[in-house]
Design a protein. Structure first.
Lengths: 100, 353, 168
């Protein structure tokens, strides 16, 4: 009988590690990966609450979050590839101007 | 046995089951290599390995000993953790898939089903998931080899596998629609009502889905005619150029274990699994507990053997695809055909009520 | 035993997330995220969401992360260095993330009794069919969001193909 609060605290821990990685890292792809980590932490929260209320709506919302994350990953990586083609670098500190 | 609790009996029987199934699977992998060499040889009008032991039956043991005793090279510039991890992922995923496959009828000994390792409600999705994770073995092997030919070979192979995974998954939806469940035992039970006529390929009218599955499985396991990434004349040896002895043997075993898994899934989903093609006509005939347990396993083995022979037959017969032909075949032909199959199957099932 | 399952896979998830934070090369971060996702799939299963566990493995760690690994291998930009921007981010980012974590866990732990406990497997133990329940809701009451997400995926495919194409 694990208290539901423990699952939520685990999700909060993953979310805050994701925020830390988002702020600290300088590689664009790693920043993108930390966004996926934050989305996963939120998914865990939704599933824990779906279990608590014995409803399936939480799981359906997680399904939609996964779909949106997939679409966002595809488009975001395509943007990163086209940025790399022009700037030849993936360091966020060097891609900070609209004019190359 | 009376002084052990229920849980301990369950644990002991499960461990014995896992050990036996694992050993048998590894032996099957080794002898599938021999089967391929013999069948390819006979189709090319030569003998195949026939000197070591009667009919060459000791050849896999000798091959295993040779691979073990070869020098295990580790080039200096490879990324060691990923280099060591890649064949482990490939072989591990190939062997774990056999855990949800029911290879016999339901036979319980002290409450434990003897012919299935794990009866999972989403067994089919577990097999698809494990196939998806096996892609990492290929991707990481090319990357960690620090060699541009290996990297290109592994990227091509990864793109091929993930393209055909979609067609593979979609072709199985028709089967799931007919049996209303993802549980592999339930899918097999739905096909056991009238013997051969109720198998999914005949009575379930899933022959188009079967051919889509067959082609997608050939592409997933990197076998002919889709074996461009490991052809000897292309890209040196593809993604396992830098591997030697034990790690190469693991990739090799992973490929044949994937073949066996694809054959097991095809028999379960399209050919009735462990049920006999004669259905209930011989039900009174050797009705002892022993024969009721053994005969379904024999039928399953015969069907998987037929699949392996089909794999090898296709390898001996067809030339390989070029890479762009391969990708356009997967995306522009198989995927729309699989979707059309789903729509047609659900339409027919809705009409029947 | 359920507590042991939770602790093992929770620790694996947190370890993977910390590894993501501390690794220099993006491919190691991507592989750590795959570890996090697989352990989250086990946790979903323990909460009774078996379809989501399978979807997490097949879609998230088997397709989306393969896409990330693919792009990292193709672009091959190397490890990251420590710049002045990153040092400033260290002093602000780590305390900020720690503050958010403390706030959230305080809220969750103070409501611990109201949130009740989680049986392992959730409703699966009573023989409830999770996939039947999810699809009954998804294709009747949530049909509009479902169709809209399929259009979203179509738009994303078109966008990705156009953006990643070589200039002619």
């Amino acid at each position: 009988m694990v208290p539901t609060a423990y699952y939520l605290v685990l999700a909060a821990m993953l979310f805050s590690i994701g925020i830390g990685a988002f702020l600290i890292k300088r590689n664009v792809i790693t920043i993108f990966i930390s966004i996926e980590l934050m989305l996963n932490a939120v998914n865990l929260t939704f599933v824990a609450f779906a279990h608590m209320w014995h409803q399936v709506n939480g799981q359906i919302f997680v399904f939609f979050v996964m779909v949106v994350a997939a679409a966002e990953a595809a488009v975001g990586l395509a943007i990163i590839i086209s940025i790399f083609r022009t700037r030849r670098t993936l360091n966020v500190d060097e891609i900070d101007l609209m004019k190359s | 046995m009376s002084h052990l609790t229920n849980f301990e009996v369950y644990l002991l029987l499960s461990v014995i089951k896992v050990a036996v199934v694992l050993v048998i699977t590894l032996m099957c992998v080794a002898y599938t290599v021999l089967l391929e060499r013999k069948l390819l040889g006979r189709m090319q009008n030569r003998w195949g390995p026939s000197r070591v032991g009667p009919f060459g039956l000791l050849q896999p043991l000798v091959d295993g000993a040779k691979l073990f005793l070869k020098e295990d090279l580790m080039p200096t510039a490879v990324e060691r953790p990923l280099f060591l991890l890649a064949p482990l992922i490939a072989l591990g995923c190939a062997l774990v898939s056999v855990a949800v496959v029911p290879f016999g009828a339901v036979t319980t000994v002290k409450g434990v089903d003897m012919f299935e390792l794990a009866n999972v409600n989403i067994g089919l999705l577990v097999i698809l998931g494990i196939t998806s994770i096996g892609v990492y073995g290929i991707a990481l092997s090319g990357w960690s080899s620090n060699n541009k030919y290996s990297l290109l070979g592994s990227l091509r192979s990864t793109a091929q596998v993930i393209s055909y995974e979609l067609a593979l998954g979609l072709s199985l939806v028709g089967v799931v629609l007919r049996s209303q469940s993802l549980n592999l035992r339930r899918i097999v039970d739905v096909q056991s009502t009238h013997g051969m006529l109720s198998w999914n390929i005949f009575g379930g009218f899933q022959f188009v889905a079967f051919f889509i599955y067959l082609m997608a499985a050939y592409a997933e396991t990197n076998r002919a005619p889709f074996d461009l990434p490991e052809a000897e004349t292309e890209l040196v040896a593809g993604y396992h150029t830098e591997y030697s002895s034990m790690k190469f043997a693991m990739f090799f075993m992973a490929e044949y274990a994937n073949m066996i898994t694809a054959g097991c899934v095809a028999t379960l989903l399209f050919f009735g699994g462990a049920t006999s093609p004669f259905g209930h006509t011989f039900v009174g005939f050797l009705n002892t507990r022993f024969f009721n347990a053994v005969f379904p396993v024999l039928w399953f083995v015969v069907k998987v053997f037929g699949f392996l022979a089909l794999y090898i037959w296709v390898r001996a017969t067809l030339p390989r695809f070029r890479y762009d032909q391969l990708m356009s075949f997967g995306w522009k032909f198989l995927l729309p055909l699989a979707m059309a199959n789903i729509i047609l199957t659900s339409f027919v099932l809705a009409m029947r009520g | 035993m359920q507590l042991a399952l939770f602790i093992i896979f929770g620790a694996l998830a947190v370890g993977g997330a910390l590894n993501l934070l501390f690794q220099r090369h993006p491919i190691n971060s991507a592989l750590s995220l795959v570890v996090v996702m697989m352990s989250l799939a086990v946790l979903y299963w323990s909460l009774g969401a078996e379809f989501l566990a399978a979807a997490q493995v097949i879609v998230y760690s088997g397709a989306i992360m393969v896409l990330f690994v693919f792009v990292i291998m193709l672009l091959n930009a190397g490890e990251e260095e420590h710049t002045t921007g990153s040092r400033a981010a260290y002093t602000v980012g780590i305390p900020g993330a720690a503050a958010i974590f403390c706030l959230l866990s305080f809220v969750f732990l103070s409501e611990r009794t109201a949130l009740k406990g989680a049986n392992i497997g959730g409703d699966l133990g009573n023989g409830a069919d999770n996939i039947a329940a999810v699809s009954a809701m998804l294709f009747t009451k949530q049909l509009l969001p479902f169709e809209v997400t399929s259009i979203l995926i179509l738009v994303a495919i078109l966008g990705a193909v156009v953006l990643a194409r070589k200039e002619q």
